[in-house]
Write a protein that binds this ligand. Sequence first.
Ligand SMILES: Nc1ncnc2c1ncn2[C@@H]1O[C@H](COP(=O)(O)OP(=O)(O)OP(=O)(O)O)[C@@H](O)[C@H]1O
Ligand SMILES: [Mg+2]
Length: 230
Amino acid sequence: MSALSLSTPILRIKALNLHFDEGRIKALNGVDLDVREGEFVSIAGPSGSGKSSLLNVIGTLDAPTSGELVFRDQPYSKIGDASLFRRENIGFIFQAFYLIPTLSALDNVIVPTIGCDGTADEYKAHAEALLTQLGLRDRLHHFPGKLSGGERQRVAIARSLINRPRMILADEPTGSLDSANAAQVLDILTGIVKEQGLTLIMVTHDATVSARSDRIIRMRDGKIEQGASA
Ligand SMILES: Nc1ncnc2c1ncn2[C@@H]1O[C@H](COP(=O)(O)OP(=O)(O)OP(=O)(O)O)[C@@H](O)[C@H]1O
Ligand SMILES: [Mg+2]
């Protein structure tokens, strides 16, 4: 048995439902899932099967219709301030990057620290260190419009890490990149995740990406397909 399989769950999900349109749309329809601390889980499945919905509920961006979620020992139902919970525990990476076009790479990375207790100098130094680690030492003051897609996504990865989250949620992070940039972004991301023992849940259509994960989950019609995980 590997060290990973012995470790405790960071996330427990039971009987999770997310319905829209008075129940006519069941984006999530009875999802059960445990994710272990330090695990890299990839999520596959056809368009509309509920992959983004699941990440959004895990990330507290959407409130479930019903079901139980527990992060470490904290039930989501007991989270008082969802934005504080997100800021402290979760990093997000999206296909479309969502960088702020009027801010430099450095300032984009610092944005999630707004309202946190540290000093501006501390955050700036940490953001510079992350961008340097991501190979962007000479792009700190570039605006997103002057960066390539791969560089933008590396800025977004630095932003997801700035508050030292324990869990990263990535929704098709390489979906907008060509294969060379996708491979590079993925190498960097998985390298950092492994080095820091972070938990990574990644939606991806790319079989070469999911092949590198610890476990592949396949979704269909708002459910996790049974017997399909590797
Ligand atoms: N806010 C919403 N209101 C109504 N229906 C929604 C909403 N969000 C998602 N849905 C529906 O829920 C289902 C699941 O959507 P979701 O975005 O989770 O799919 P997905 O697996 O991420 O698909 P894709 O691979 O295309 O990104 C879809 O049928 C979608 O149309
Ligand atoms: Mg999606």
